[in-house]
Design a protein around this ligand. Structure first.
Ligand code: R1P
Ligand code: URA
Length: 303
């Protein structure tokens, strides 16, 4: 439980302006954001910033790090796993940052294409895969629902892909649609006898529905969906959030192999600057973004 009293049930914010779950307030998060699942990955990425100005861990495990990269404020946040954590992060971030947001998810995934362990997959878009609970109670309908795909921001996605290809080589960067499953096991077609998951045909049906499906993971669709439905400050359009996703292949689903800790660490080092550079090139100035006055980056940008 947060130590602080919240002011409302609809939009719980503490007296000093902190959101209930992420526990950040205005001036602590930048408009350029990298989101990851794992706090260790967030801290490793943050080592590539020029200066770290803030690190905060919330009572729900969100780790927010804000610093300066190439004279611009950037935030890196570890959110944990699953679409609801992505939802908490995006909505509560929107509450405390003024101006447009560019968000890049730098995550891990299981490859369902020719991409192997150590390769990177950039998402051209993402679709959701949800368990259909009606099937398990009444054997009605199909056991899994595949939802329509939402596109990534094209400019940001291309920029990340070309920047990651420089250290990694174009043969190791793949692009396509990513399936955002609501679990790591049943909804990603992992089989076993402890539970009845009715998922033997799931991967085939993913490929039948999306011929360019390349990876499975657990947050990309929620990020792209929230970017798609985001509005301006007064509910206006166009959307105020642009988003893209780059994923390290941790699991090779065709070859049934899993990444080593050493390779995973190396991939973060190889990709860190590519992702940071893509974000700052995408939003090269602070004009129209969250004001510096009162922020953790106040007085830092000209240094
Ligand atoms: C599952 O192991 C987790 O890893 C993937 C999935 O989306 C899920 O969150 O991404 P991250 O490594 O970014 O957490
Ligand atoms: N993350 C996932 O969600 N699935 C995988 O197979 C690997 C990482």
């Amino acid at each position: 439980m947060s130590e602080e009293q919240m002011n409302s049930a609809n939009k719980p914010i503490s007296a000093d302006g902190r959101t209930y779950h992420v526990e950040t307030k205005e001036g602590e998060m930048a408009n350029r954001i990298i989101t990851v699942g794992d706090a260790k990955r967030a801290r490793a990425l943050a080592q590539h910033m020029d200066k770290i100005l803030l690190e905060r861990e919330s009572h729900r495990g969100f780790v927010t790090i804000t610093g300066i990269y190439k004279k611009l404020p950037v935030t890196i946040i570890a959110i944990g796993m699953g679409p609801s954590m992505m939802d908490f992060f995006v909505r509560e971030t929107r509450m405390v940052v003024q101006g447009p947001l560019s968000i890049v998810r730098f995550g891990s995934c299981g490859s369902i294409c020719d991409a192997k362990i150590g390769d990177i997959i950039v998402a051209t878009g993402a679709f959701a895969i949800t368990r259909n609970y009606r099937f398990f109670s009444h054997q009605e309908e199909k056991p899994y629902i595949l939802w329509p795909a939402v596109a990534s921001d094209d400019k940001l996605t291309r920029s990340i892909a070309s920047k990651i290809a420089q250290p990694l080589g174009t043969d190791h960067v793949f692009a396509g649609l990513v399936g955002n499953a609501d679990s790591f096991y049943g909804s990603q077609g992992r089989t076993g006898s402890d539970f009845y998951d009715a998922n033997d045909a799931l991967l085939d049906s993913v490929h039948d529905s999306y011929s360019d499906a390349v990876a499975l993971e657990m947050e990309c669709h929620m990020l792209l969906h929230l970017a798609q439905v985001s509005t301006g400050p007064d509910g206006s359009l166009p959307p105020s959030i642009r988003a893209a996703c780059a994923l390290m292949v941790y699991a090779d689903r065709q070859g049934n192999k899993f990444i080593s800790p050493e390779t995973s660490k190396r991939m973060v080092e190889v990709a860190a600057r590519a992702v940071l550079d893509a974000l700052v090139e995408d939003m090269p100035s602070q004009e129209g973004l969250h004001p510096a006055a009162g922020s953790v980056w106040e007085g830092e940008l000209d240094a």
